[in-house]
Every structure is written in C-alpha cells, then in structure tokens.
Design a protein around this ligand. Structure first.
Ligand code: NAI
Ligand code: DG6
Length: 515
C-alpha cells in the first residue's frame, strides 16, 4: 500500500495489503462473508458460511458537480437552494430565539458520524464524520439549477413557500432572485387540477413527445457547459403525480416506452419523460416523489444504457420514525397489531395531495414501509398475517409547511396485554426533506465513481464494471426504495444505514463493524 500518495486533507488511511492508493484511485480486495441457507431432504435448514472476494476501485477525483431539480421553485427546491447558499457563505441570522447559523443537520452524510474502528490503545470507539469515509463532493460546492412549471424567481418562490426566517431570506435574497427555473413540461392530467394557476413557465405541448425529451437533454448539456461542470445529477422534487397505468405495448419495455413517447401516448408522465431524457445521456436521475416514474420500460432503458436511477419518495419525518420504531418493536418481540398515521399539512404539497389520485400515490408509498419487518418475523406473524395500517392526509392551509403527523402504534405484549404508543410529530417538512436531497446527490455521485469485479488473478482493468442501474443504496433516504428487478426491498432503517456504511467500508477493504 502506498500511503505517501494520501492528500493531507484526508482524515485517515487504511494500512492493509488489501488496499492500494494512487493519486487517481483507491483499489481494494474485499472478502464478502455471508451465510448461504438451503433445506435438506428432512426439510431442515442447512447454513453454510460463504466467502466471495471482490475487487473495488474508487475514482478519487472529486468532480465539479451540478444538481438540477425538477420543481426548483417549490418548497423543497427553494429551501435546499437557500440552505446551500447559507452554508457556503457561513451565514448567521437573528431569530426570536437568538442567533442561528447555517448547518447540515438532518443530512446523514454531513451531520452524522460513523465508527471507523477501535482505538488500539484505549479500546474506545473512533468515530469520524460520515462525509470523511469516502472522497465525496461537499454540498457547499454544488451548482444548483433546474426546472419549474412556475416561472417565479427563487427569491419570490421562497416567499411563497413560507419556510425560512425573514432574516435568513434577506441574506440570500439577491442570489436567489438571480435563479429562475427553466420552463418545464406540464401534462395537466398527472397532477392535481388545483395546480393549474401556477403553470406559467411551460415547454409547449401537453403530452409526452421526443421534442420534450430532446429539450430536457439540451437543458442539461447547456447547464453543464455554462457552469463548467464535470457531472450533473437530476432529481424530481416536483408535485406528486398520479400513478401511470402499466400497459403492455406502451411502458412495459424500453423500446415500447420510447415508441410511446414518440407517439405522444397519454399514459407517459412528465417525470418519466425527465427520467428517459436523463437515462439516454447517463445522467443519474432520482425520484423524490411517490409516483411510479420508473415504469418497467424506464428501468429496462436504464439497464440498457448503464444509467443510474433511484427512488421513490423522500423519507423525511413520519415514515422515518416508522421505519425505525417498527423495526425496534418487532425485533423486540412485541407484536405490533395496528398503525394509524394521520397527517395534516398546509403547503402546496398538501394542496396537491388533497386530490384523490395524487393522494393514492402517496398512500401507497407510505403504506408499504413495514412489510419487510413483519414478513421477517414468523414467530409473531403467521403466513399472510399483517398489522392493520392506515394512512390519512388532510390539507389544512393554516399550518403551512409545519406538517402535523399523529401516529398510534398499538401492540400486543406478554399474556394478552397491550402497549399503545402515541406520537405527535411536527415535521417541518421542507427542512427535513432538503438534507435528504443533498444526501441523495452526494451518495448517487459517489456511486458513479465506484467500480467492482469478481476477484481474479487477472488484474485487467477492463473487467471492472459499475453497480446495477437501480441504486438501492439510496434506500435510507427513500420511503419506497426502488431495487433491481427481482431483489427484495429493505425498509428497516438500521439495515439501510448499515448497507450504506458497509458498501463504503468494502471499498476500503474494511470489515463491517460487528459490535
Ligand atoms: P411544492 O408543491 O412546494 O413544490 C413542487 C414544485 O413542483 C412546484 O413549484 C410546482 O410548480 C413544480 N412542478 C409541478 N409539476 C412540475 C413539472 N412537471 N415540472 C417542473 N416543475 C413542476 O412541493 P414540495 O413540498 O417542495 O415537495 C415536492 C415533492 O416532494 C412532492 O411530490 C412531495 O410529495 C415530495 N416529498 C416531500 C417531502 C417533504 O418532506 N417535503 C417528503 C417526501 C416527498
Ligand atoms: C403528508 O404526508 C405529505 C407528504 O408529502 C409528506 O410530508 C412527505 O411525504 C413526508 O412524509 P414522511 O412520512 O416521510 O414524513
């Protein structure tokens, strides 16, 4: 291993014969240890320890990165943009509670630490900022742009959002006013009719077309060139759309989807048109809303083009609590029997979700989050048994972006007793979602610089390949994680975080922390 090549800014170096540093890359040889289980003739499980050796290669050059948000003028779009400007300039502002300063709280990458190992002298854990585990982009360096069907500049749009303190807004107003969203595609049937009055910044045409795909590709290329960027990541944080119907011959295969766009088929959503445009240019595309943007044809197209996609639906407040709490209850042997989740909120997201078809998309993504934890416990739940689970969302303009989420978890305990946990969670919605938008960008970008291959004596560079197109590593930030076709979905929050940490550790030939 060549430790001399480590830049001074790096916090640590791995000293192992399995790791090789050069100025350009970090190469590791990693032994992945699992347990293969099968059933024998008597129907008994047989567990066999298994080892597979992989080679990883991480490109160390941190790119100049651009982020293009679809829905830039919305609550999330304006909040994340102002937040990054505030952090970049190290701003402080007065509030009624005293001075507050820019930070990245709520970002797992920027706000949390991870255990590197154990101090060889004291035996104590050594924890480092998560961001320092890998050579990652810093969010202060992101260049932000994007599209919105509403043409307000971002200063006016952040006023409309009613999220940020006036004192903070005054400090970023000038820069925000210089950012104006690009015109976007608007197919009225996909979002609520109550959104029509803000649709004044449109690319002509009210159904899918190749002209729309081409315009989006052009927008991305121009944004990249104008800002001297190495890479761009695109993220959907626009209104929740209704589900698209899955129709054979229309959106079931990559070729059919492209044909359907060419023919202006009415079942192709704006978000899918954006996804297709990105996939064709290998620009990573992440869906932060619940709709089925990634119809089977879109996933197949991504696989064909080796393009990265990720989704669906940011997991910010109520659902993040749920995916931690249900994991805890069921793993504690407590039989959860019902979850009732009510929300009321008064922002534009709530207004859009007051329409039944858009609510249905959200209901689906919020409802599936406990399935894997229930299915994993055959002691508490018989085959097919499931706790009752209901999700209600109501639009209540007065509370604005300060969503109220009320949850009751009802469980059966020892000898027929009951435990009831009631949670009243005020989720300042966009302030919780914005750090997730940043995490999704940073992790997705990092994944574009990691390659792997099955280890062999042949050290040929040509054998390295990227990860699968569907970035399930993003699951921690998402309510309804998209996974490669045929692979299981994991919602349990602790497992999702472990996956994120352990893939990064594997790239450095470090074992998972077994505790
Ligand atoms: P918002 O309604 O304030 O912003 C959405 C923006 O998208 C609006 O400015 C709208 O004009 C724009 N838009 C609609 N259709 C568009 C299109 N075809 N092209 C370009 N722009 C378009 O909503 P908010 O609060 O920013 O949330 C955005 C999305 O993120 C929603 O779908 C929401 O359900 C989802 N989400 C939000 C979370 C949160 O905590 N804030 C968490 C999980 C998901
Ligand atoms: C009400 O549930 C509106 C939604 O858009 C949520 O605010 C958003 O999906 C966040 O949901 P959660 O469950 O992660 O707090």
């Amino acid at each position: 291993s060549g430790t001399a090549a480590i830049p001074a800014k790096d916090l640590f170096v791995v000293d192992s014969p399995n790791v090789e540093y050069t100025n350009e890359s970090i190469k590791s040889k990693y032994t992945y240890r699992t347990t293969a289980v099968s059933k024998n003739a008597d129907g008994k499980y047989v567990a066999v320890p298994k080892e597979t050796i992989y080679d990883f290669k991480v490109d160390r050059k941190i790119p100049k990165l651009g982020v293009m948000l679809i829905g830039l003028g919305g609550n999330n779009g304006t909040t994340v943009t102002a937040g990054i400007l505030a952090n970049r300039r190290g701003l402080e502002w007065e509030t009624k509670e005293g001075k507050r300063g820019a930070n990245y709280y709520g970002s797992v990458i920027m706000g949390s630490t991870t255990k590197l190992g154990v101090d060889s002298k004291t035996g104590e854990d050594v924890n480092i900022p998560f961001h320092d585990l890998m050579p990652m982009v810093h969010p202060n360096d992101l260049v932000i742009g994007g599209w919105d069907i509403s043409g307000l500049n971002l200063a006016e749009a952040m006023d409309r959002a009613k999220v940020l303190e006036p004192t903070l807004k005054s400090l970023v107003r000038k820069e925000m006013s210089q950012i104006k969203p690009l015109p976007s595609v608007y197919y009225p049937d996909f979002i609520a009719a109550n959104q029509e009055d803000r649709a004044d910044n449109l690319i002509p045409g009210s159904k899918a077309s190749m002209a729309h795909v081409d315009q989006i590709r052009k927008d991305i290329r121009e944004f990249k060139a104008a800002n001297g960027l190495d890479k761009v990541i695109v993220q959907w944080t626009a209104n929740t759309e209704r589900f698209a119907e899955i129709l054979p011959g229309v959106n079931d295969t990559a070729d059919n989807l492209l044909k359907a766009i060419e023919n202006g088929h009415e079942e192709v959503a704006p978000s899918t048109v954006f996804a297709v445009a990105c996939i064709l240019d290998q620009v990573p595309f992440i869906n932060g809303s619940p709709q089925n943007t990634f119809v089977p044809g879109a996933i197949q197209l991504a696989e064909k083009h080796n393009a990265f996609i990720g989704g669906d639906d940011f997991k910010s407040g109520q659902t993040k609590m749920k995916s931690a709490l249900v994991d805890f209850l069921i793993n504690a042997g407590i039989k959860l029997t019902s979850v009732a989740s009510y929300n009321h909120l008064g922002n534009n997201d709530g207004k859009n979700l007051s329409s039944q078809k858009q609510f249905r998309s959200k209901e689906i993504s919020k409802s599936n989050v406990i399935d894997d934890m229930v299915a994993a416990n055959s002691v508490l739940y018989k085959e097919g048994e499931h706790p009752d689970h209901t999700v209600v969302i109501k639009y209540m303009p007065a509370v604005g972006d300060d969503k109220r989420a009320l949850d009751e978890y009802y469980a059966e305990i020892f000898l027929g007793g009951h435990q009831t946990i009631s949670i009243f969670n005020v989720c300042e919605d966009s302030l919780l979602a914005s750090p997730l938008i940043i995490d999704l960008v940073l992790v997705a970008e990092m994944m574009t610089r990691i390659q792997w291959k099955a280890h062999s004596a042949d050290a040929s560079e040509a054998k390295y390949a990227g990860f699968h197109s569907v970035l399930s590593i993003l699951s921690y930030m998402l309510k309804a994680p998209l996974t490669p076709p045929g692979t299981p979905v994991i919602n349990a929050l602790a497992k999702q975080r472990a996956a994120l940490t352990n893939i990064f550790r594997a790239c450095l030939a470090l074992e998972p922390e077994s505790e």
